[in-house]
Design a binder for this molecule. Structure first.
Ligand code: HXC
Length: 258
């Protein structure tokens, strides 16, 4: 499928999805969000794809929602079309892991989009921010909620109230990103991580994604109970037998996703 605002390539069972509106620093407009939702839905159904990397350019992952598109809208327009809600929630329904690979600006909706992925690897040039306050608005696809859970109240308030940017070192220190790498290594590092994930049992991979995400939605006690039940359930899979047999036989496992 051809896209106007994305470049999608699949290699070694990993899909690399590149946001591609260079003239606007990958600002998220309705077309891009709709294409992204459709592309991710297709990749989630594609048996050749076992992990997804979402990236932008060296200068910008995404500089936020498209301010020019939003500027003339009124409350009724935003409310009636439920701006970006359906498309951004499609991303949350993808069952395969999505790694955000961030270089340059990840601002506003761009930061929120990265946080909706399963984890973030960034380059030394990354700058995260929720500068909506400078436009007289607030984050709209989860920024006030997710950033607060990821980096804590004090830093989240600071970011949302002052609109300042967080660099890569601060993002790693705060737990927003899992790793920081040189700019030139970003895609290789993210693709290597994705290939590692693609080589695992996809049954266990989906279970891990579900379980970790559940920790944001439930109490500790319920989350631990859920984990215990799915840990027990995985003993019904062939991949559990294969993984443990391979360990005992000192060989690499051959997972069949069953
Ligand atoms: C539309 C944007 C844009 C955006 C950049 N551009 N960000 N267009 N929406 N969010 C465009 C610029 O207008 C310009 O186009 C071109 O991209 C290059 O940007 P410059 O500003 O010239 O680049 P630079 O000087 O390097 O500054 C980079 C920047 C700045 C610091 C990232 O562009 C900036 O502050 N952008 C806005 C960031 C922001 O406020 N994001 C939050 C948006 S609100 P022209 O045609 O002039 O060359 C949001 C709400 C989410 O995200 C809620 C979702 C429902």
């Amino acid at each position: 499928m051809a896209w106007d605002t994305l470049i999608v390539e699949v290699e070694d069972n990993v899909a690399l999805v590149r946001l591609n509106r260079p003239e606007a620093l990958n600002a998220l407009n309705s077309q891009l969000m709709s294409e992204l939702a459709r592309a991710l839905t297709e990749l989630d159904r594609d048996d050749q794809v076992r992990c997804i990397v979402l990236t932008g350019s060296e200068k910008a992952f995404a500089a936020g929602a498209d301010i020019k598109e939003m500027s003339t809208k009124g409350f009724v327009d935003m409310f009636t079309e439920d701006f970006f809600t359906a498309d951004s929630e499609t991303l949350l329904r993808v069952r395969k892991p999505i790694i955000a690979a961030v270089s340059g600006y990840a601002l506003g909706g761009g930061c929120e989009l990265a946080m909706m992925c399963d984890f973030i690897i960034c380059s030394e040039s990354a700058k995260f921010g929720q500068p909506e306050i400078n436009l007289g608005v607030v984050a709209g696809i989860g920024g006030t909620q997710r950033l607060t859970r990821f980096v804590g109240k004090s830093k989240s308030m600071d970011m949302h109230l002052t609109g300042r940017f967080m660099d890569a070192a601060e993002a790693e220190r705060s737990g927003l990103v899992s790793r920081v790498v040189p700019v030139a290594d970003l895609i290789r590092e993210a693709m290597d991580a994705a290939r590692k994930i693609a080589a695992k049992s996809q049954v266990a991979v989906k279970v891990v994604k579900e379980a970790v995400n559940r920790s944001y939605e439930t109490s500790l006690r319920e989350g631990v109970l859920y984990e215990r039940r799915i840990f027990h359930a995985l003993f019904a899979s062939e991949d559990q037998k294969e993984g443990m047999a391979a360990f005992a036989e000192k060989r690499q496992p051959q997972f069949r996703d069953r």
